[in-house]
Structures are given as C-alpha cells and as structure tokens.
Design a protein around this ligand. Structure first.
Ligand SMILES: *Cc1c(COP(=O)(O)O)cnc(C)c1O
Length: 400
C-alpha cells in the first residue's frame, strides 16, 4: 500500500501543473472553426502574449512542442550554409545547436558546460573574431531547464550591441516564460521562442515564436521556407485558417486563454515576485540540506539561478531510489537529471530537478520540500536538518 492517495504533485519542469480552470475551459464541445468566438479568442491570446513578452512584434502560434518553435525560427531566418553562434549552458542549448546542424547550418558551438551562465568575455572574443560578420544569428537559452541556469539576456544583448555585431539575437525562453522576467524590445531580443506547457500552464501541444521588427524584415526576404513553418502568411492571415496552416488547435486555445486570464488577474509583476519567493524557499532548504556536504544546488551563484526550476545534485549518489520512494510514498514526482554525463554526476542519476513554475503556491511547494526531506531520511542520503523549516521561514518573511 501507499500513503500517496490524494493529489499527486508533479514537480517536473514541464509539463507543469495544469490549473483546474484551464482543464475546465478545455472541457467543452468543439467550436465552429470558421467563424465566431474561436477567432476572437485566438487574437486575444496572441495579443496578451506579446504584451506579456513586452514586444511590439508578432506572436506566431504553432501546433507543435518547443522543438517545433526552434525549427520554425531557424527555417524562417536562415539558409543551409549560414553561420550561427550557439551559446549553450545545458542540454537545451546543445539541443538547439544540434537542430541547426541537422538543418545544415554552419554552427559555432560555444559550450559553457552545465554549471554556469554565458561568459561575456568569451562572447566578446567570439564576435570580435568575426570581422566580416559571417555569424548571422546568436542563439541562447534564458533558463536551461537541464542545468537550471538563468542567463542574463539583457546583458548578453548589451554585449552584442557593444561589439557592434549585426547578427540576430534568438532566445529560447521555453522553460521560464511567465516565471523569470522577460522584456523583448527593451532588452533587444529579435526572436523569442516559448511553449505553452511550462510557465504558461497549458497541456503540451502549442508553441510560439515572437518575432521582432528586425527579424520580421529579414524573414520577408527569405523565399524558400517550408510552407508549414512559414510565418509570413500566419502573420497577416487573409483567412483565419492561415494562422495555423490548418485546423485551429481549438481546445489548447481555450486552455491558453484561461491560463492567461489567471495571469492577468494576478498581474505580471506579482507573478515574477511569487516565482522569486517560491524559488527562494527552495534555495533556503538547499542551504540547510547542504550542511552535510552531499546535497547542493547545481548552480552555485544565486544570481545565475532560474526562478522556474532548480537542479539539485548529490555527486556520486544514485538518487533513483529517492525519486522512486517519493513517487510511491508521497505522490511527489521530481524531474530526472537530463543531459548530465560523467561519473561525478553518475551520468545524470546523481541529479534531480524540482520545478517551481506556473501554478504553484506555498502549500504545494512546502509539501514537496518536506516530502523530499522525508525521502532523504528514508533513503539514507546525508542531509542537513531543518531545510523545510528554513523554507517555511523564508515564506513567512516574504509573504505579502
Ligand atoms: C522544455 C524545453 C524545450 C523543449 O520543449 P518541448 O516542448 O519538449 O519540445 C526547449 N528548451 C527549453 C529551455 C525547455 O525548457
């Protein structure tokens, strides 16, 4: 038997926990897709998303997961043989680079490993070594979900600007859009891609490309774009169907609308603040747990940590039994270690990830953290006592 009756708690960094309001909005008969409310709802979703991303550019919706939005961005802007720079800080940066290679781009991969953010000096030297501007695009990930690093997109954009380099700046904000702050136009981001199943709290299935004005102009000159990915007709549809190049993902749109309604009612700044406080509660627990020199956050510097997800390590320990114990006995589902290789990380088994993105409040998070502490004890993993208490204190100090 198991104690884990009641609701399970999904703490994987995507898909995230889906609010009942989103599920309820999706539980309805299919609408007419040729006229009526689905058209207005779609337009309102795209409008609210661009305003959350703080851009005057366009949001393009694809019936695809995040990988689809990656491919769409590349297909609309680059040709085989074009040179691009990918700055990777975890598995997802490496994944985007790999996709570019498969699309026959010439990829300069700068790999910063899994434990730190993009290094500006390295970026500067790479751009200075490109006097003829062969590099057409600079790619990075805001929060790499594998390492849980947070890259400072504003300052990366500033560095690119300082180098006077004309390349487009493309950012994957799939993990943390709706959690970590993102200000597309002011920061100087040309393309941002995201998906609906993380901070946007909707079941996996749709993803978005946000296209700024510079990227929009360049993409207009590109002719041989595969028809499904081509965002030009999607940007200015003459008929509604062109928004999707096919049937609208009706129920996903209803779900996304409900999620955005919740986000609007909470308020953008409050959302960022809540994620900061919830992440801070996780880090407070980690600090205590680390006192036995086994458990530690993967990203040392707080400034470089995402408020959407935290990657935790116990180097040399196999944490598979911990994850299994938690799932069986408490109903908590943690994320696995993704992309980590080597004996230090026991090829990913010494790593777990806890998501704190989207639909989450202190009672859910404190339950998860206290359960993890129970798991350490049950699985005989050395940990400093008092972690859950420390996160409770952090919540108390930072509540409204
Ligand atoms: C989840 C995620 C992806 C991939 O999204 P899928 O929907 O699984 O294709 C890409 N990048 C980041 C940063 C992610 O968190």
């Amino acid at each position: 038997m198991s104690l884990a009756q009641g609701r399970t708690h999904l703490a994987t960094p995507g898909p995230s926990i889906i609010p009942d309001k989103v599920l309820e909005a999706m539980h309805r008969a299919a609408p007419n897709i040729y006229e009526g409310e689905i058209i207005e709802i779609t337009e309102s979703v795209l409008k609210d998303l661009t305003s959350f991303a703080k851009t005057s550019g366009d949001a393009i919706l694809y019936v695809a997961n995040g990988h689809g939005a990656w491919e769409a961005a590349v297909a609309n802007l680059f040709d085989p043989g074009d040179t691009v720079l990918v700055m990777a800080t975890g598995q997802f940066g490496l994944g985007w680079a790999d996709l570019c290679k498969k699309m026959n781009l010439n990829v300069i991969l700068v790999d910063f490993g899994f434990e730190k953010s993009v290094d500006h000096e390295k970026l500067t030297t790479t751009l200075k070594n490109d006097p003829y501007y062969k590099i057409k695009g600079i790619f990075t990930v805001q929060t790499d979900t594998a390492s849980s690093v947070l890259n400072n997109i504003k300052s990366i954009a500033h560095t690119i600007d300082t180098c006077n380099h004309p390349a487009l700046f493309l950012v994957d904000s799939i993990a943390c859009f709706g959690c970590d702050r993102f200000e597309m136009d002011e920061w100087g981001v040309d393309i941002m891609v995201t998906a609906c199943q993380k901070g946007l709290m909707t079941p996996p299935g749709i993803s978005y490309c946000f296209v700024g004005n510079k990227a929009k102009k360049l993409s207009k000159l590109k002719i041989n774009v595969p028809p499904y990915w081509d965002w030009k007709p999607r940007m200015n549809p003459k008929i509604f169907y062109e928004r999707f190049f096919g049937t609208a993902p009706t129920h996903h749109i209803f779900g996304q609308r409900a999620a955005l309604d919740m986000m609007i009612s909470e308020g953008r700044e409050n959302i960022f603040r809540r994620h900061k406080v919830l992440a801070g509660a996780v880090w407070a627990a980690l600090e205590k747990w680390g006192e036995e020199n086994t458990i530690k956050p993967n990203i040392k510097k707080q400034m470089q940590r995402s408020t959407a997800v935290t990657t935790v390590r116990a180097d040399g320990y196999d944490l598979t039994p911990l994850r299994q114990w938690l799932e069986l006995n408490t109903g908590l589902v943690l994320g696995i270690g993704l992309g980590f290789s080597g004996s230090k990380y026991l090829d990913g088994k010494s790593v777990f990830r806890i998501a704190h993105m989207g639909h989450l409040n202190p009672v859910m998070l404190l339950g998860a953290l206290t359960s993890i502490e129970a798991g350490f004890l049950a699985c005989k993993i050395p940990y400093g006592k008092g972690g859950a208490g420390a996160s409770a204190q952090f919540i108390a100090r930072n509540a409204y």
